[in-house]
Design a protein around this ligand. Structure first.
Ligand code: NAD
Length: 225
């Protein structure tokens, strides 16, 4: 059995990290185009760096919730691949070891010059250069940028026996399109309290919070193995 997870901001909501669909397209009171686009970074790089500095610092104040931990537990039963749109590190801290961050990671930065990726634990500022002379920017995929890990994610989904979509509005493409890479016969679950986004007879919808529904599904697997 190979369970593939596609997670979005909703799985981290119960840990205290806000989603942006739930706040009318704003992310922590900022317009998305100001803080999550290359144009926004060109207009005001320090505003964008400060936005991600705050998000990175917030990681020290939040903990994985029971949905993250349940997915970590699931690895004891079968092969699990996590494809997350989240830039936080809560899946890893919940015990998952096979996580693909298709939209990047807060705890990484990269050179504007060579795209070389570095670990990033503290704040980034305008004038922070890496050894190659490039300004450091957050290692985040912004709107309008391509997803370097997309084909790897598609290949992973194509070998799924089960595909669990958790806490995502399925509005952000191409991530939302990964559902189209599921193979014939793959069982699909969609876990989201506002689960109107996916209406399809092949999908089992669980309109509940991730902590409740994911733990329930994992317990069901444990009972049936
Ligand atoms: P989204 O904000 O578009 O949608 C969040 C979804 O989560 C909504 O459908 C909402 O109903 C659902 N939700 C809210 N509370 C939930 C809960 N307790 N359990 C389950 N579901 C719940 O998020 P998205 O679809 O992931 O797209 C957002 C984009 O913003 C992503 O690209 C991501 O990179 C970025 N983002 C990341 C984080 C993070 O890393 N934690 C947070 C905000 C935004």
């Amino acid at each position: 059995m190979h369970i593939v997870i596609l997670s979005g901001a909703g799985i981290s909501a119960e840990s205290g990290i806000s989603t942006f669909r739930d706040s009318n397209g704003l992310w922590e009171n900022h317009r998305i185009e100001d803080v999550a686009s290359p144009q926004g970074f060109t207009r005001n790089p320090q505003l964008v760096l400060d936005f991600y500095n705050l998000r990175r610092a917030q990681l020290n104040e939040v903990e994985p919730n029971d949905a993250h931990v349940a997915l970590g537990d699931l690895e004891k039963l079968c092969r699990v691949s996590i494809i997350t749109q989240n830039v936080d590190d809560l899946h890893e801290r919940g015990g998952s070891t096979n996580v693909l961050h298709i939209h990047g990671e807060l705890r990484k930065a990269r050179s504007l010059k060579t795209k070389k990726v570095y670990d990033c634990l503290g704040d980034l500022n305008v004038g922070d250069f890496c050894p190659d002379g490039g300004q450091l920017r957050p290692h985040i995929v912004w709107f309008g940028e391509s997803l370097p890990l997309l084909s790897k994610a598609e290949a992973t989904v194509s070998t799924a026996t089960e595909f669990w979509i958790i806490g995502t509005s399925m509005q952000v493409y191409p991530a939302a399109g990964l559902i189209n890479s599921t193979p014939f016969g793959c069982k699909i679950y969609y876990i989201d309290p506002h689960s109107a986004a996916v209406k399809c007879s092949d999908v089992t919808t669980l309109a509940e919070k991730a902590s409740v529904a994911v733990r329930g599904l994992v317990d069901e697997k444990i009972a049936n193995i």
